[in-house]
Structure formats: C-alpha cells, structure tokens
Design a protein around this ligand. Sequence first.
Ligand code: GCO
Length: 462
Amino acid sequence: MGDEPVLKPGDGPLPVFPAGFTWGVATSAYQIEGAWNEDGKGPSVWDTFAHTPGLIRDGATGDVACDHYHRWAADLDLMSTLGINAYRLSVSWPRIMPAGAGAAEPRGLDFYDRLVDGLLERGIAPYLTLFHWDLPQALEDKGGWTVRDTAERFSEYAGIVAQRLGDRVAGWITLNEPAVHAFYGYALGTSAPGRTMALAVYPVVHHLLLAHGMAVRALRSARVKGMVGITNNLAPVWAVDPSDARDDAAAERYAGLRNWQFVDPILLGKNPFDVDQVYVGSDFSVVRDGDPAVIAEPVDFLGVNYYAPELVRAPDEGDPLGFEQVRIDNVPRTAFDWPVVPEGLTEIIKVLRDRYPGRLPPIYITENGTSVDDEVDEGHVHDAFRIAYLDRHLRALADAIKAGADVRGYFYWSVMDNFEWEEGFGERFGLVYVDFNTQARIPKDSFDFYRAIAMRSTDATA
Ligand code: GCO
C-alpha cells in the first residue's frame, strides 16, 4: 500500500436490508473445482491457457485450485455456518459437454446434481452461472465465439443442464461478464483463449449476446422454476474533465464498450453505439435477421458485478480506441491495486435506473469483494480491510435501495480464496483463507462479520 487514504468502516450500525433480501457468496468452476481432467471432463480454454508457460503468475494453474470437486461437501458445511441463504456457483461446460457437443457426460451432471441437493439440504438456494469463461477447447478449436455454432452449442448445453436441475435452481445466469471475455480473451489476448482480434472482435460480441438470448429461450422451454438473467461487470465511468467535450466523448465511448454493449441489446433491443463505426474491420455479416429479437428475450433480473469506478480521458489524436484509462488517485486501494470507491456502487445503480426507465428488471449484486494480502496469525486471519470494504459497500447498497432501487440480493466475491485468473493464487478475495499447500480452510474475521449481517437480515425475514 502506498500513501493513499486508509479505508475505514462507516459510522454507526449497518442499515437493515429489506425482508427477504438474498445474502450469498459467489465462486466459479475453473477458479475452485480443480479435477481439470477427471470423470470425463474435457479441457477448457482456461486449462489450455494456464498450461501455456508464462501466461499465469508463478506458473499456477487451476488443475487443483481449491480441490472443491472432491471437498464440496465440507465446503458446503462451512457455507452453512455463514448464515447465507444463497450460493452462486458456475457449471463447467466441458464437464457436461467434454467435446462441446453431442452426448452429455453423466458424471458431470451427477456432480452438480449432488451439489445442488447439498445446498438445498443446508437451506441455501443455488444460483447457477452457465458460462464463467471456461469454453470447451473443442469449440474454440472450431472457431470459438467467432462462429455462430458456438452459440447454438451453448443453447444445447443450457437445455441439458436445465432439464437436470431446472426444478431446484433459484436463479440462472447465462453469461458472466461477457465483455471481459470478449475484450480480454479475444480482442487483447491477455486472458483465455488469448486471441488478439483487436477491433475486429464484433462477431465474438454478437455471438455471446446471441448465446445469451438462445439460452434464455432454452431455459424457458425447459420450464425452469428459477429466475433467468445475465451478469455484467458494471461501473461508473468518469471523464477526467467533464467540461471537455473530448474527455466526455471518451467516457461515453468507454462506458458503451465496457458497460452497455452487453446490456442495451438485452434491455433496449439495440446497440449502445454504431458498431460499424467502432468495431472497425469486423465481419458484420454474422448478424442475421431476427437475431436482435433473440438477444432481447426478456430476463427476470440483471446481475451486477461491482468493484470500482473507472476514469478516462480523450486519447491522443487518431487513437482508434477513442479513450485512455487513467488511474484514480487519492482513494484507498486493494491489495490488487484497485481503487476503493464504495459510493460508486450507489452511483452505478442510479445510472442503471436512469438509463433503462421502465425496462430495468430487479438487480442482484452478483459480485463485490476485495483482495487482501491476508496472513495467518496463530490460526486466525485478521482482515480488517475486507471488513471495512464490506461495511462501506453494504452502506452504499443500502443508500441505493433507500433511493428507490429494486435491489434484491448481494453475493460477496468470494467465499474462499481461489485461482484469480492470470494472477494465479496471488490475490486472496475469500471470506475463507485457503492454504493451497494443504487445502486447509480458515474462516477469516470477515467471515464472522458477514455472518452477523446475513443472520440478522435473514432473521428479519423470519
Ligand atoms: C470477474 C470474475 C471473477 C473474478 C473476480 C475478482 O469479475 O472478473 O467474475 O471470476 O475472480 O471478479 O477479480
């Protein structure tokens, strides 16, 4: 940490949340399961990416991760002491469809069936993300998200999982953060599958959106009992100088790409900007008549992952991207060097309300959390920073609800330390410390803090 301001909790007792509020925690398959090639599971693009030397910090992989595939029952027992009433997990597509198509792998379906029943037995509602970036490598080998067939295969996969689990899942999230997968996985290449399409990436954007809409239809056809939605990482985007038209245009351009590209087509049935002007060099012939209507298939909720606002200014003349990201100074920072601005959570919820009047479904905060350089001290982890982070962000969320926003749940990221993508195991987000040498789990002080909140609010619903 440098000389930035110290993060402190808010004053006085935390506000009480509405009766029936959903309190959860979130994870994803590749980040916690391990068993990367067990019980018939096929490789994902993240297995391939992590096995490529030099791409992951310390040469780490998700081959074992938190070994949750084998330790899931004990992990659910630990979660049941947290007082939560919901758990957001993701299903590993290549565990269900090892080759991305064809017959489902029964051992994969059985794993999630046991997991869902285990949650229900412990009074925890399952929320399932169908795609948290672990695309079957077999589909990437055939073009991945650059081809329409992958969207078709995703719809097929969604239907198979829905048939098996649709009677017990409370909420379905089709895609997690498609913008991150499209832009970092296919445009820039810094995450899996590591393609560098740059602005020619529009077919990936379109096919991810199409996959979402097709999956919504597949889930509805399977008559799933739960709600259906999508999760995006959304943030307020500030202009360095709002009075400078060029900075303001840069902020709007960046917000369109990182926020609205994967919300406007779903809630408004149209793109946030003229894609021909932005995705220069893309093949726009991938868009077929009828696709916008599929993409705009109604959803029951909007999942919002919030971590921090963003600051941009106009780029140098002629820069094709149209924006330059700028560091936000004079705020506390996480161990990941992310700025901490709790009020940004209130702001992005208000921005959503103003952008989609009459079209905004209920909101669930499907991720919010912080990395801390946690250390074990005589069997305890005193993570005061994470407690202050949680305290301040929950106060900011309460402010949005008080202002009239329809927010129905909050999922802390993450229940346990896990594989943080390119950072390997270098960034600890969990309420539970994981010793990756022994797989021991140690609830941190923040675990007790979050439990007191969840238990109080759950009691409020009693
Ligand atoms: C994301 C992903 C999570 C991350 C978490 C911390 O939002 O990037 O959904 O998988 O691990 O956000 O970076």
